[in-house]
Design a protein around this ligand. Structure first.
Ligand SMILES: [Zn+2]
Length: 305
């Protein structure tokens, strides 16, 4: 029997994602503002070390270290000529992490925002953004990624361009993931660009995405993530994925620290499974310890049937 595709697997049972990459790279010595994606080529052992710990903690799904791996983002660090090499290395490192941990898993090619604004508000043409996403998506698919996630999105225009690029590149599974902020009065949440979960889900379904997700954001704890998932499921029948941050960032001794421990965060896992979340992972501030706790909760939940 051949290995099920990621889409098949997530429909059979809930899958465990991974935790943070950026905050883990900084703990490994990456300076704030430096090019973390370059480390796929210059310090692959650090990237592998982090991802191997996620695989050992029980992740079924690991995102490549390519959040800023588009030409537009890499160009800011003088790495525009390394788009294909950086993205290919990233896919290979995740595969190696699973192999090293003796665990089978899925490699999800990560595409983050291009990091600017499009005309008429900004300096980038739609064509430039399209080409940058197509180039990165092609590199990830050519390297053998099982899926592509377009994450930390706040507006529909960029999201739509990136989904189209991933589909064009032949990605077998395309995940769209929005970053929501809880409103000041705490009553609801929407993206920085004012998009709510229902609108995002409908848009992604129309654009041909396979999975509707959320990650990161502000004030979006496990409970808020669960609310977003519920609202997604009212708007679409597509599989859903949640990767909230480990609580709120706090500045302690000039360092950003996230305040939710594995024991606190894991309480939100079973409610997410009961809502029908197909992939549960975590974003900024989460660690292999958070993911190990999630693994325990998911296994316990599955055992009870
Ligand atoms: Zn995050």
């Amino acid at each position: 029997m051949s290995k099920p595709t990621l889409l098949e697997a997530m429909k059979q049972r809930p899958l465990l994602g991974d935790g943070a990459m950026g905050t883990q790279l900084m703990m490994a010595g990456l300076e704030s503002g430096a090019c973390g994606e370059e480390w796929n080529l210059t310090h692959p052992e650090f990237v592998l070390g982090i991802q191997r710990r996620y695989a050992e903690a029980g992740s079924d799904v690991i995102l490549t270290n390519t959040f800023g791996g588009s030409r537009i983002m890499l160009n800011r660090h003088g790495n525009a000529d390394n788009v294909a090499a950086i993205n290919k290395a990233a896919v290979d490192i995740v595969r190696e992490a699973f192999t090293g941990a003796g665990r089978d898993g899925y490699v999800v090619g990560d595409i983050g925002p291009f990091g600017g604004l499009m005309e008429p508000y900004g300096e980038f043409t739609e064509q430039q953004v399209r080409e940058a996403f197509e180039e990165q998506a092609n590199a990830l698919v050519d390297a053998g990624a099982d899926a592509i996630i377009i994450e930390t999105q706040t507006g529909l225009e960029e999201l739509g361009i990136a989904i189209a690029a991933a589909k064009e590149a032949g990605a077998k599974c395309v995940i769209g993931s929005m970053a929501y902020d809880v409103t000041l009065d705490g009553s609801t949440f929407r993206t920085m660009m004012g998009i709510d979960p229902e609108r995002a889900a409908e848009f992604m379904q129309d654009a041909g995405a396979d999975v509707v997700a959320l990650n990161c954001g502000t004030g979006m704890d496990m409970q808020r993530a669960n609310e977003a998932i519920q609202r997604y499921k009212e708007a679409t029948g597509l599989p859903v994925m949640a990767q909230p941050n480990a609580g709120q960032p706090k500045l302690i001794n000039m360092k950003v620290v996230y305040d939710e421990t594995p024991a606190e965060m894991v309480k939100g896992v079973v409610p997410l499974l009961e809502t029908g979340t197909n992939i549960v992972g975590a974003c900024c501030g989460s660690t292999p310890d958070h993911i190990r706790a999630f693994r325990g909760a998911i296994d316990e939940y599955l055992k009870k049937g």
